[in-house]
Structures are given as C-alpha cells and as structure tokens.
Design a protein around this ligand. Structure first.
Ligand SMILES: Cn1ncc2ncnc(NCCc3cnc(NC(=O)Nc4cccc(C(F)(F)F)c4)s3)c21
Length: 273
C-alpha cells in the first residue's frame, strides 16, 4: 500500500551525533536518519519544561507555521515526534552553524557580506509576511548558515500567524522595536526595524542601542538614540538604509520591497545569497 506521507517518526529512526547547541528549553544534536542516511538537526525539548512555562500553544503554532513555510532562507522543520518526557523537532541541518559566531570571530562583516545577509533576510521576511507570519525574534542567535554560507532564519518559537495586530511581549532587548518596548499593538513592521538593527550590528560589530542596563537600552530605543562611530568607516548608502529602517513611526519604515531596491543592496548584495 502507499506509504503514508506523514509517517510517524521515533527515536529509533535516528543515530544521535554531537551536540550543536544548548537552548533554554532543550538542546540540539546532529542526527542521521538510519534508513536514508539523511543528516538532520534534532532539537530535544522537555515536556515538563513546556508545561511548566505553559508554552505548548507556542510550540503547536511553531509546528503549524514552520511546516507550512518553504523558502531557501528559512530553516526547514521536516516534522516532529515525542516520547513520554520529550518532544523532538526534526530540523534542516545548517552546517556552518550560528551566524553570530562568524560575527564575533570576524568582529564585523564586509559591506558585501552584510548586504548579502540583509538581502537574504529581506527575501525570507517578505515570504513570511506574504504567509501572514511575523517572526518577531530575528536576532543573530536565530540566524544560521548552511554549508554554502547561505543564511537561514531559524526558531519560530516566538513567531505568530498574524492577520491582526499583536500584543505579546517577546524577543531580546536590543532588537525590540519601540512599539514592542512600549508593549503597544505591533505588526509586520517590527521585522523591518530589526533588519535595521542587524544591518548596523553586521557593519559595526554591536547593536546600535547597546547599553549597560536594560533601562538605558529601552531609553535609547525609545529615543532612537542612533550614532555612527567614525571607525570602522561605513559607506553613506549603508548608513542611509539603516536610517530608513530605524524609524520610530512603524508606518514610515522602508518596506521590504524598497530595501531590495536600495542602492546599497543593489551595489553590494550577492544575488546568489
Ligand atoms: C545550533 N545549530 N547549528 C547547526 C544547526 N542546524 C540546525 N539547527 C540548529 N539549531 C536549532 C535551530 C532551531 C530551529 N528551530 C527551533 N525551534 C525551537 O527551538 N522552538 C522552540 C524552542 C523552545 C520553546 C518553543 C516553544 F515551546 F515556546 F514554542 C519552541 S530551534 C543548529
């Protein structure tokens, strides 16, 4: 009979390899599906943690969202399974790991590399927004690189399927848009703000509103207290793009389409991602 496409996976189907990373709710391991020898990443979450923090609805939403998204710059969630105490996410394996390790290693990226990453992110976010998904938690830790150095957005644990405005407070401090900091209703434009934050961080090596305390970072975000250090020297076009994204009024932020048409992106981004 025809093999049912949504076959039930179990731990016996996989050989577990080296740990790839540790998260708050569980760890990720390299793994290989025994029959096909296909290499994946296996994220292991503990049910008792998921229940304790009452986030099972988020996990269900992530499954729905992630299994419906298919884009070269979005890390695939192939499926999932569970046993008595754990939930396993079967994920696409990104061989070159977390982008922020590259960023910390190099200090910062060249304008060509930064523009290529921003263009890939913009394509992925445009695809998400077309599918009514706001990621809301785009930060270097959630960006992975595959074997060709292509950027993959991962961890939709905080994303939402949104047709209306959202209120949930989430995400790390440095990347929060003003309307999220004020816990106001927010929409897709929060991801545009975050692109501005990341563009700055890729070029200067640190996010623009970094401060000693959370309070100071909040204050700097609310004031859009942005300054460009004299070193490293960054092109005027790059600064122009950052200034067009880090705008407090979310309706005035450059649209994803306009980012792809921006002179700095046209001039510097590698079209092959
Ligand atoms: C480090 N690394 N290196 C190579 C590599 N290749 C692939 N993946 C890696 N890492 C895993 C990336 C992730 C993708 N999707 C995730 N999803 C998630 O973590 N979801 C999640 C977690 C906790 C709570 C909730 C809940 F309940 F709130 F919804 C949801 S994590 C890799």
């Amino acid at each position: 009979q025809v093999e049912n496409c949504k076959r039930q996976w179990s731990l016996q189907d996989f050989q577990i390899g080296k740990p790839l990373g540790k998260g708050k709710f569980g760890s990720v391991y390299l793994a290989r599906e025994v029959k096909s020898k296909y290499v994946v990443a296996l994220k292991i979450l503990f049910k008792e943690q998921i229940e304790k923090y009452r986030i099972h609805h988020q996990l269900r939403r992530e499954m729905e969202i992630q299994t419906s998204l298919c884009h070269p710059n979005i890390l695939r969630l192939y499926g999932w399974f569970h046993d008595n105490e754990r939930i396993f996410l079967i994920l696409e394996y990104a061989l070159r790991g977390e982008l922020y390790r590259e960023l910390r290693k190099n200090g910062r990226f060249s304008e060509k590399q930064a523009a290529t990453y921003i263009a890939s992110l913009t394509h992925a976010l445009a695809y998400c927004h077309e599918n009514h998904v706001i990621h809301r938690d785009i930060k270097p830790e959630n960006l992975l690189l595959d074997h060709e150095g292509r950027l993959k957005i991962a961890d939709f644990g905080w994303s939402v399927q949104s047709k209306s405005k959202r209120h949930t407070m989430c995400g790390t401090l440095d990347y929060l848009a003003p309307e999220m900091v004020e816990n106001k209703a927010h929409d897709y434009a929060v991801d545009n703000w975050t692109l501005g934050i990341l563009c700055y961080e890729f070029l200067y090596g640190a996010p623009p509103f970094e401060a000693e305390s959370q309070k100071d970072t909040f204050r700097r975000i609310m004031k859009v207290d942005l300054s460009f250090p004299s070193t490293p020297s960054v092109s005027a076009e790059a600064k122009n793009l950052i200034l067009r994204l880090l705008v407090k009024d979310s309706s005035k932020r450059l649209s994803l389409q306009k980012i792809l048409e921006h002179p700095w992106i046209i001039k510097n981004a590698d079209p092959n991602g």
